[in-house]
Design a protein around this ligand. Structure first.
Ligand SMILES: Nc1ncnc2c1ncn2[C@@H]1O[C@H](COP(=O)(O)OP(=O)(O)OP(=O)(O)O)[C@@H](O)[C@H]1O
Ligand SMILES: [Mg+2]
Length: 211
């Protein structure tokens, strides 16, 4: 999902995950209305890495393994490594047992995001929802985490909200949002051929990159 800031991308992700409910129309997964299943069962199918990752005032370890019964230390390390978080965690005095503070306040935005990615890796769900999952990272970490996310997205359904259009170029379907509505959808090539909103966004971004 792409589109300018405020176009409704995060809102759509919040509807799919039932943080909000639709007031009109419905959302179905494989033909089943998401209102016909419990929120718990719906979210069990999903890993969510949001724009602002919320962590619980608990240890790093418990934040990564949230909702997993009897997680092994090795599984936690493995998930942290995939999320490119192992190195910074190892530098804390108590390492994986270090508290993250209220709402994760003891960590930087990029570190919180990597903990959220490790949590999603650990959960290993059939559906991944990524809302600007690498937005708080510097370019170098972004590249590493992006590679990890791409590995993780193999063989599962992923809903990816991306500011950087190159991230979604290979998606099966690109959905373009504008002012709260879907205005275009198709593959990268189809949308380029269309020469509309998506093409404009691509042109704007290649201009930005040249600056
Ligand atoms: N809880 C809310 N109640 C009312 N309006 C909201 C709420 N959350 C978001 N909005 C409005 O809905 C519009 C879409 O917001 P949304 O967060 O979905 O945009 P976005 O496409 O994710 O933007 P960005 O790229 O900046 O993250 C915005 O105009 C926003 O101000
Ligand atoms: Mg958003």
């Amino acid at each position: 999902m792409v589109g300018e800031s405020g176009s409704g991308k995060s809102t759509l992700a919040n509807l799919v995950t039932r943080f909000y409910d639709t007031t009109k129309g419905n959302i179905t997964f494989d033909g089943v209305d998401i209102k016909d299943v419990t929120t718990k069962s719906l979210r069990q199918q999903m890993g969510i890495v949001a724009q602002d990752s919320i962590l619980f005032n608990d240890s790093i370890k418990n934040n990564i393994s949230l909702g997993i019964n009897n997680p092994s230390e090795n599984e936690i390390f493995h998930a942290a490594k995939i999320a490119n978080a192992h190195d910074f965690i190892s530098e804390f005095p108590k390492k994986y047992n270090n508290p993250v503070g209220d709402g994760g306040g003891m960590l930087s935005g990029g570190q919180r995001q990597r903990i959220a990615i490790a949590r999603a890796v650990m959960k290993n769900p059939p559906i991944m929802i990524l809302d600007e999952a690498t937005s708080a990272l510097d370019t170098e970490s972004e590249k590493i985490v992006q590679d990890a996310l791409e590995n993780m997205m193999k063989n599962r359904t992923s809903l990816v909200i991306a500011h950087r259009l190159s991230t979604v170029q290979n998606a099966d379907l690109i959905v373009v949002m504008k002012k709260g509505k879907i205005v275009e959808q198709g593959t990268h090539q189809e949308l380029i051929n269309l020469g509309g909103t998506y093409t404009n966004l691509v042109n704007l971004q290649s201009l930005e990159n040249k600056k």
